[in-house]
Design a protein around this ligand. Structure first.
Ligand SMILES: CSC[C@H]1O[C@H](OP(=O)(O)O)[C@H](O)[C@@H]1O
Length: 359
């Protein structure tokens, strides 16, 4: 998307390096970072300089290419896959991207592996941009249908965390329909869940929407149900890190609570996802999806700006015990529809299984 008039993706290559936007500094600093080794890529994923299922996958793919430059052997490939796969366990796009690159380059002579992996990572990025734009086109129809009955008043959309262009290579998933609607002149307003503890909503979604001129309001995570009870939310659109074969949706912690509030208030709850985010090998999300447990320090502290510096401050008494599950699972029964690049569908095993057929 555009930042100060210049078009950006979240990840690109320059010479022999991979360049990313360092999201740990947002919204206070807009800085890039060069990744030149697989270890750099792993660190960027682990500490969330890059985050969001599709972008994690793209970064891991380039990480593998960087690893193959150093050691194209099968042993080297296996070690690099293990290191990158161990960074974050929940987003299925990580291992999906790694295994796609491995399948592509394994039959090749050692001397050709690194360049082929680099090209495959580039294809993954280009495909993600096209997929998300198409998700936007499909989701636009849902927003347009609500706008038709609002007589010019904005369509109020609540989103949780950041499933924006910063979570992907471009466009975002949950935000793609929002950008498309805004660009089509449909009045929209977005309720942005701050999304503790890493505040992807307050820090990233608010920044994105502000850059694009989309009206929005940051709210505390616990306000969404209150707004839905008062008819101030026309729909919820969120992203996902892994959706199962039966339509259970794993997403940022707190998503499940929004789905419950939406169901209780008759608010449509949509999940926007590229089909690589579907894990056809699991059915029961609650039982089978590994939920990342991140550092308790992320709960005990918060990042912010003091003057020109980005700092962290302590929130709790020293040594306070804290728990930090990073994701939760929303059962398919609470999901109104999935918005994919293949169209809008019910979160059912039949509809999801049909996606395995060629488009
Ligand atoms: C389009 S995937 C976005 C998805 O990823 C986020 O998690 P994290 O920021 O920890 O990588 C969150 O679950 C978003 O919905």
């Amino acid at each position: 998307m555009k930042v100060n008039g210049r078009h950006y993706r979240t990840i690109w290559t320059e010479d022999d390096a991979v360049v990313i936007l360092d999201q740990t500094l947002f919204p206070h600093r807009f800085e890039t970072r060069r990744l030149t080794t697989a270890e750099d890529a792993a660190e960027a994923i682990r500490v969330m300089r890059v985050r969001g299922a599709p972008l994690i996958g793209a970064t891991a793919a380039y990480g593998l290419a960087l690893a193959l430059r150093a050691d194209p052997s099968d042993m080297g490939l296996l070690a690099a896959r293990e290191m990158l796969a161990a960074t974050r366990p929940t987003a299925i796009n990580l291992v999906w991207a790694l295994d796609r690159v491995i399948a592509r380059i394994s039959p090749l002579p050692l001397a050709r592996r690194a360049s082929a992996a680099w090209d495959e990572a580039g294809r993954i990025c280009d495909e993600d941009v096209a997929i998300n734009a198409t998700i936007g086109d499909h989701g636009l129809g849902l927003i347009r249908a609500v706008a038709a009955r609002k007589r010019g008043a904005p369509v109020n959309i609540l989103t949780h965390c950041n499933a924006g262009w910063l979570a992907t290579v471009d466009w975002g998933t949950a935000t793609a329909p929002i950008y498309k609607a805004h660009d089509a002149g449909i009045p929209v307003h977005v309720w942005v869940d701050e999304t503790r503890p890493r505040n992807q909503g307050a820090f990233l979604t608010a920044w994105e929407l502000g850059q694009h001129g989309v009206p929005h309001t940051v709210i505390v995570d616990n306000a969404g149900g209150h707004l839905m009870q008062r008819g101030q939310v026309d729909m919820v659109i969120v992203g996902t890190d892994r959706t199962t074969a039966q339509g259970d949706v794993c997403n940022k912690i707190g998503t499940y609570l929004k789905a419950l509030a939406a169901a209780d208030n008759g608010v449509p709850f949509y999940v926007a996802l590229p089909t690589p985010t579907i894990d056809h090998s699991v059915r029961d999300g609650l039982a089978e999806i590994p939920i990342e447990e991140r550092s308790p320090d992320e709960v005990r502290r918060i990042a912010g700006r003091a003057g020109d510096d980005v700092i962290e401050i302590e929130l709790t008494p020293p040594g306070t015990p804290a728990a930090n599950p990073a994701f939760d699972v929303t059962p398919a029964r609470l999901v109104s529809a999935l918005i994919t690049e293949r169209g809008i569908m019910a979160p059912t095993a039949e509809a999801i299984a049909a996606l395995r057929m060629a488009p």
